[in-house]
Ligand binder design. Sequence first.
Ligand code: HEC
Ligand SMILES: [Cu+2]
Length: 360
Amino acid sequence: MFRNFTNKLSGWLKTAASPRNLALLAPMALALLLSACGGDGHPRDTLNPAGDGAEVSAWFYWLYLILDSVIFAIVVSALVVAIVKFSKKDGDDTLPPQSHGNMKLEVIWTVIPTIIVVILGVITIGGVFKLSEKPAEEQKVIEIDVTGKQWWWEFDYRNEKISTANEMHVEEGTQVALHLTSADVIHAFWVPRISGKRDATPGRSYPLYFKATQAGEFIGQCAELCGASHARMGIKMMVHPVKGPDSYDNWVKSQKTVAAAPQTALQKAGKKVFETKGCASCHTIRGVKELTQRSRTTGPDLTHVGSRTTIAALALTNNVENLAKWVKNPQAVKEAALMTNLNLSDADSKAVAEYLFSLK
Ligand code: HEC
Ligand SMILES: [Cu+2]
């Protein structure tokens, strides 16, 4: 029975590995490989790192992939050779040489894998420690308290005393220290091209340290299933250059100012809507009204909401039309969103959108 099977298998392998079949398989394998390659079309590509944490992850990925592929190739080749060469031939009933109980072989194939596993274990744990290393005190560190909320991210800059939502701004080459927590359920902060992943857990604070090595915009995502709109809990990391008009320092300076006064009649009407329709019970606009306490359901600081590129955790591009759409019916944009639908009229929605968009 078993011999029958191995005979069949060996026959099948001989045909399967024919030059014609291999010629067919090669382009398919190549296409598969290329489809997995990086580029701008893959903003969450961990293998295209732009931060030190992601570099460590990518390095381990390649280490394991290459090493494991080599081991796999050796084992499979040995297996194929054994099947093809040593399967039973017609009319030959002699047994091949038996190696059962061969001490030397047993020791070799126990010791070699053990050594490989121990070495990989040691360097992997080393990598884990490297990612959790507390930054040295004397260097410049951007400290941000990150609170995951259903379904958006609150970013409070410890030293700068500014608060943003979903779009995190940092500086190229500068150490960043995040302190992650959650206001409700467990979320996870992950910007694949920048750093590792870290849970945001209620009642606890976990650090995540990284340095972005390249200026630009990087997309991230809540990586822990957290409810109805988990998929709409995006993150955008804006890495500013150290110098120039678009520098991180300039961004901080502009964010520190209180909200701009409304200019047009429509913007003034919009400010009225914000002050009178209950928005201020959940949102801060510095210079207009500030929250004294935050809770699970209070929303983002809107002092400079017009300067964001997206709203509602990347659910919508930021413009007057989309702001009006959001305030009119948040749940239509984002299922179960925790912002109250205040049944604003079309005119009020438009006015408040016009005002909010002017808050650059
Ligand atoms: C019950 C509290 C609550 C009230 C009242 C409330 N909001 Fe919100 N708001 C939220 C929450 C929570 C979010 C975040 C929702 C999300 O992204 O899932 C939010 C998000 C927003 C955003 C998007 C901000 C960003 O950066 O993504 C805008 C704009 C906004 N609210 C405007 C308003 C206006 C205008 C009013 C009054 C008409 C209002 N809100 C009333 C809680 C509230
Ligand atoms: Cu989440």
